[in-house]
Design a protein around this ligand. Structure first.
Ligand code: PXP
Length: 244
């Protein structure tokens, strides 16, 4: 069964709506752990729109499960990642005008820079995952750059209009997943996954981790973070591919 990484960014989004000190994403991370999260994911954006430096530091000191830092390959952010040394860094593209990470990192175009960032992060013991679209050249380039994992962007699946588009998106994910495994990469998935659309993705053989944020934080508003995580874990378990 795939591991569940809970992205807590949007707890910080609510805090930042009033520039106050609640709700605290550090509390959210603890509650997510108590609900069964296998990992805590956060994105320290260059514009610090939700998670801030204080959060990144405290998460690195307090999270007991796998800590995954989503990050751009900007030098100042890489310096912070090297300092706090999370278990895993997920390299993502970042544009200031976007609402959330839109699409994957172009590893083919930025191969040399990414190779250097991977080497620096690996030195401090951080494993690197590249957040990419399910395109075979991007999977190959990620392996060539020394990444240990890829996180496949599931946005095309999540936003598909109609069954044909959804099946095409699932086929693209399966093809990228197969190549990733062939190249010895761990394959993760994330973006736009919800309680309503997780079942077909959870049933795909080979994903070792899903990172889910907005849907879990949204449900947590009504049922609490611990229960929201428990419910998503239950769905992953119920729909997990049968072991061979
Ligand atoms: N994985 C990555 C790399 C992301 O950038 C995001 C969004 O921050 C997620 C997963 C989680 O996406 P969502 O909030 O849509 O579940």
């Amino acid at each position: 069964m795939a591991l569940l990484g809970v992205n807590i960014d949007h707890v910080a989004t609510v805090r930042q709506a009033r520039r106050t000190d609640e709700p605290d994403p550090i509390w959210a991370a603890s509650e997510a752990e108590l609900g069964g999260a296998d990992g805590i994911t956060f994105h320290l954006r260059e514009d610090r729109r939700h998670i801030g430096d204080r959060d990144a530091r405290l998460l690195s000191e307090t999270v007991g499960v796998k800590l995954n830092m989503e990050m751009a390959i900007a030098p100042a952010i890489v310096d912070i990642a090297c300092e706090i040394a999370p278990a895993q860094s997920s390299l993502v593209p970042e544009r200031r005008e976007e609402l959330t990470t839109e699409g994957g990192l172009d590893v083919v175009a930025h191969a040399q820079r990414i190779k250097d960032v991977v080497a620096r992060l690996n030195e401090g013991g951080t494993v690197v995952s590249a957040f990419i679209e399910p395109i075979l050249d991007q999977v190959q380039a990620s392996a060539d750059c020394g990444c240990a994992a890829v996180e496949l962007w599931t946005g095309a699946y999540a936003h598909a209009k109609g069954e044909a588009q959804r099946q095409q998106a699932l086929d693209d994910l399966r093809a990228a997943l197969a190549l990733g495994q062939e190249l010895g990469l761990e394959v993760h998935g994330g973006h736009g996954l919800t309680y309503r659309n997780i079942a077909p993705i959870a049933a795909v053989q080979g994903f070792s981790e899903f990172n889910i944020g907005h849907s879990i934080v949204s449900r947590a508003v009504f049922v609490g973070m611990r229960e929201a995580v428990r419910q998503m874990k239950e769905l992953l378990q119920r729909h997990a591919p049968r072991e061979n």
